[in-house]
Ligand binder design. Sequence first.
Ligand code: PGA
Length: 252
Amino acid sequence: MLSAPRNFFVGGNWKLNGNKQEIGKIINFLTAGNLDPSTEVVCAPPTIYLEYVRKTLPSSVCVAAQNCYKVPKGAFTGETSPAMIKDVGVEWAIIGHSERRNVFGESDELIGAKVGHALEAGLKVIPCIGEKLEERESGKTEEVVFCQLKAIADNIKPDQWQNVVIAYEPVWAIGTGKTASPAQAQEIHVKLRKWLNDNVSADVAWKTRIIYGGSVTADNCRELARERDIDGFLVGGVSLKPDFVQIVNARQ
Ligand code: PGA
């Protein structure tokens, strides 16, 4: 069987954490650490530090915004556009993280529009999807993640899929210490890939990276990374710590 053409991908979502001093320490361990050169590494600092981090990190590590708005400019106080993110040399944006959905009330429709606009503006995107605990317990996981994925996929043109990495992050596993088991994560990744196959194309299903997020640690990352359809991780808490390097190197 052909091995999949999907480079291992590890994102670090710093969320609302850090100041220049603490970020300096993260940059130090990323610079000093022996990062597996075959892993694509992307760090997402708070918006205000994007340019500083881009200028300070080695160019082999990419930088992402944690969010962006759906239009290039205008009367939208407090927002940041993909054009501005690109203007400071940053190439990626996380879109629709569960905290954006559940704390800030972002809808599938808004997230879809953001994905479409960010891709049009030339950013690469990491759209996030995932079910809540009550949805899993009531047997609705597939329905929820397929609906979230459809709202995203409807806004992606065929030639833009190469700039998309889907993050599957079950909400019950984010920041809780309850990681999905490798089998649980693999099961959903297979279903998401099949959805892409049936609703977009076999080529997109084969080539698009689907990464897992939710309490990934240096201890559990290797076992998760052995699953065929887990193409990397989106890491929250541990991305602020030197252990992040071990997650980057989970496939070594
Ligand atoms: P966590 O967060 O690794 O702290 O669980 C994951 C995420 O929110 O992307």
